[in-house]
Write a protein that binds this ligand. Sequence first.
Ligand code: ADP
Ligand code: MG
Length: 749
Amino acid sequence: MKLNTALETIFRLNKDQKKGLKKLGIFTISDLLYYFPIRYGDIAKTSYISDLKKGEMVNLYAIATKIKAKKSFRSHLTYTEAVLEEPSGNKINAIWFSQPYISKMLKEGELFLFSGNVSERAGKLYLANPEFQIDKNPSVQKAGSLFRDSEDDFKKLLFPVYKETRYITSKWIYHKIKKILANEDFLESLKDPIPKNILKKYNLPTLKNAFFYLHLPKKLEDAEAAKKRFAFEEILFIHLIKSLEKKKYQESGSFVIKPEKKVEKDFLNSLDFELTRKQKEVLEDIKKDISSTQPMSRLLEGDVGSGKTIVAMLASLLTVSTKPKNQSFGKLQVAYMAPTEILATQIYKEFVEILGKKFGFKIALLTSKNIQKFPSKISKEESTKISKKKLLEWILNGEIQIVIGTHSLISKNVFFENLGLVIIDEQHRFGKNQRKALRAKPQAKKEKQEDQKAKKIIKKGLVNNDDILPHLLSMTATPIPRTLALSIYGDLDLSIMDELPKGRKKVITEIFNDIEDQREDVYKKAQKELQKGRQMYVICPRIFDADIDKERSLNVRSAVSTKEHLEKNKYFKKYKIGLLHSKLKKDEKEKVMQDFLDNKYTILVSTSVVEVGVSVANATVMIIEGAERFGLSQLHQFRGRVMRSTFQPYCYIFANAKTEKTLERLKALKEAKNGFELAEFDLQNRGAGEILGNKQSGVSDLAMEAIKNLKLVEFAQKEAKALVKDNKYRKYKDLNKRLKNIQEKIYLE
Ligand code: ADP
Ligand code: MG
């Protein structure tokens, strides 16, 4: 029996149980032991039947009587029923649903400690699914009606409570774990992946002790210590993996990008604004990185509207102003990947305006349906549509220096001549592998050309570029708290821009929860802005009305019905209203957005597709419908759309928050100074999953919880770095084994 032994080889499992375990993601002993209790039954205090109240979690000593396994006539569900009787004579029923086997575990007439929830049915209290332990040494005191002062003996009885699923109860898990932890051979074989010196340094329990502390704790402090250890373990390994990845990057070469000072100066002079202090700081980080022989791997976290595009543009300019290594001709190239067609197109236009028209670089747009190049043959001032074949050729021979696109950039047949810099915008929108793929283009090319072109490449003097990894600038407008960023993006260096350009006004945000009667008021206020010539966004959580009764869907206004509603509304009747959502064809979407940008529409009703990057400086009013359906961070991004100018922006939020918590969450939108505060809020109140989506990050709930603890994360990171340095980690056999397992898992994902 070992950690990786399959449970079905040691326990007899029926079909249903296997199904249940699969649902919980439990297959091996390790899975089971790493399945953490969600809480512990509080045994420190015992109650008496006469004092019980509905809804309480209680512990009580009682004798089990009238134990029966039964089957309900109507639902055919099986259950166990018993009458629990205190020596005083007070009685209460206990029911274990779907657990007929309980009847065999309980013993008629024996004294047990029961622990469970007091429920009520038809005016009668009963205990639902209580945990129980037999009292092995019933004393006179306990057995008599005076057993009130014997509680001390039982403080040590703590029940772990596990999240259940159909066919797998908390008790089942508990008993199986108990069995496993009673197996001496197994315990003997347990190897701790955390080196002893680290355990000692941070006073963490060993793996074996931690399993006992976690699943069979004598006191809550032990359970806490165990949880800390496992959180540390997980975060340590996350950091080890990230540090190793980083190290691998650092071992590859990269292009040294260090053009004349004049390039940067000319660029800054061409702008009609000055960079913010934060933009300058980030640029210094980037310049330092890309002028080194090691590839940059940097994550730029910048609040919505903080001006990331300009930073990316200057980094691009520096890159394309640089010649490839050992070459007196040609230019390095830049690949800029954005998550949506609209965004890629807007970035393309912005790049064309400056790097194309003012600096004369050749730029292309590559999306699944839209392929363009600047300049066209006929006009130096315009873009032209070209064929994909042609474009791919020009990217491969280096004719085109900057390619901006969507996922299309990573498709198999796109190869660069000398890819020097990869920029990924709104990087959280891409999967891990998509992000990696763009950067791996040179390797992919090398593999493909190994035979055919090798000679040619060598002849051209490109041999030195062989193991080159492009510099990477990853950008996100989703602010991520530091601890979380350290853990999830530990392979990247972090730059933060939490400052907006001068003159931006704070968005005046108002929240209306379940208050439909103030809608007209809001409309009136909005109309006042429109009369001044401003434009307005209206964001809706869905495209069409749900088919169910209109009554209910009123609260969840769809984009389509909202548009109809506004067109009839007395305040907005005279304005042209555009509609944007994902069901529109690409060209239609493009046109709507363009028309809004050109002020042909005064109002744009949209679903969340408007979320990313798109910049309309004249739009200063936003109404958000059904706000409770969006994440805080997403709402913050929407709101960022109206922060693009020096006019006073307004954001009116309509919500139908049912709980205090949801409302409080929305209120944070009003108070937070920037997105980082909101992210911190989400982290503390709803956990890291809210910010990242648990699935995407691949981090367990426990580690997510631990990520709130800055010290723990920092210590784990420090140890991981130390272990990776000089390959020290290789000395630790058990650590390496675990590392391999994790890497394998990641690889298979
Ligand atoms: P984001 O960080 O959300 O991607 P953008 O890069 O799109 O933001 O910038 C938002 C707007 O701010 C753009 O119109 C851009 O031209 C402008 N901008 C960027 N930097 C500055 C600055 N330093 N001063 C004034 N405006 C700026
Ligand atoms: Mg942007």
